[in-house]
Design a protein around this ligand. Structure first.
Ligand code: FAD
Length: 279
């Protein structure tokens, strides 16, 4: 029987040679997991744009099917079109289309496109059906949204502009994901919504990042993490256990796959992903 639930892996562009060597080592280790594709994040405001292209090239050379992320804030239409044309020439046929977030202090440079839905429209206008377009979804609501319902409507709008599938912000409560999927289905959309999964390797980093992106860490998890203090080995073991169970619950509940935020490291991915059973 062919497996229908897929695995995809996310990397970020390395900032220096040592980080680049680490990315290559990690990618080679994870190659054995046979991901359907790997994605590379894109820094808003120019921070890592050339880095994304460099990492895309590197991963393509290792034989991966690569999906670059593109965010539209801080870019002109022409800059975005040039990026799309460049990726097309490089044989890329899948893109993760995002609004992005401007770094603080760049308030005046928002760019010509306001929302990810505008970027999806631009990609479809310019490149027709060439790219498979993934968009972001927020089971626990995007932090700037006015309400769950308007955020859902904005998501639906983005899909209707031409997205093929969605990857979620990370979350730790499976029911938040299943509830979101059900609400999307009730609106008549059958787009695959793949859960984005964040491993737990460092509690202070996780707490900081979760505050920014609006991902809820359940109280019992916060308390367990607080108990571990600086004991990194125990944090990692706890993370492997909790995230492994989260992934399997999602797959068993019918998620179309897992999109794993590798953080450019192989340890958490290799401790969790080989043990999962995909249907
Ligand atoms: P949108 O879909 O445009 O939504 C942003 C906000 O605007 C939401 O609150 C939405 O409800 C609201 N909205 C949408 N349309 C309208 C409208 N017409 N009127 C009023 N309000 C509206 N960031 C990066 O910089 N680089 C990356 O590589 C990157 N990768 C990511 C990958 C994934 C899987 C996820 C989940 C996020 C990623 N992000 C990345 C973060 C993302 O850029 C931020 O979360 C950003 O704040 C929102 O991007 P979006 O594409 O979801 O925006």
């Amino acid at each position: 029987m062919t497996q229908t639930q897929s695995l995809s892996l996310e990397f970020f562009p390395p900032r220096d040679i040592a980080a680049q060597e680490k990315l290559v080592r990690t990618a080679k280790t994870l190659q054995g997991l046979n991901p359907a594709y790997v994605s590379v994040t894109f820094g808003a405001g120019g921070s890592t744009r050339s880095g994304t292209v460099g990492a895309v090239e590197l991963l393509q050379n290792l034989g991966f099917d690569v999906a670059p992320h593109i965010s539209c804030v801080g870019s002109t239409r022409d800059e975005l079109l040039a990026i799309l044309d460049d990726y097309r020439e490089r044989g890329i046929n899948r893109i993760v289309a995002l609004r992005g977030d401007l770094p603080s202090g760049m308030g005046g440079a928002a760019g010509e496109l306001r929302y990810a839905s505008d970027l999806v429209s631009l990609i479809r206008e310019h490149s027709g059906d060439h790219f498979n377009i993934e968009v972001a979804a927020y089971p626990e609501m995007h932090p700037q949204a006015i309400s769950m319902e308007t955020d859902l409507q904005n998501f639906i709008n983005k899909v209707q502009k031409g997205a093929n599938s969605a990857i979620t912000q990370y979350f730790f409560t499976p029911h938040a994901y299943f509830d979101f999927v059900q609400r999307v289905r009730e609106k008549g959309l059958d787009i695959p919504i793949v859960p984005g999964i964040m491993p737990i390797t460092n509690s202070s980093q996780l707490l900081r990042f979760s505050n920014m992106c609006g991902a809820e860490i359940p109280r019992w998890m916060r308390l367990r993490l607080a108990d571990f203090g600086d004991d990194r080995a125990s944090i990692r073991a706890f993370g492997v256990d909790v995230i492994g169970r989260l992934c399997q619950d999602l797959l068993d509940g019918g998620a179309p796959g897992i999109h794993f935020y590798t953080l450019n490291g192989a340890d958490a991915s290799m401790a969790i992903l080989p043990k999962l059973s995909f249907k």
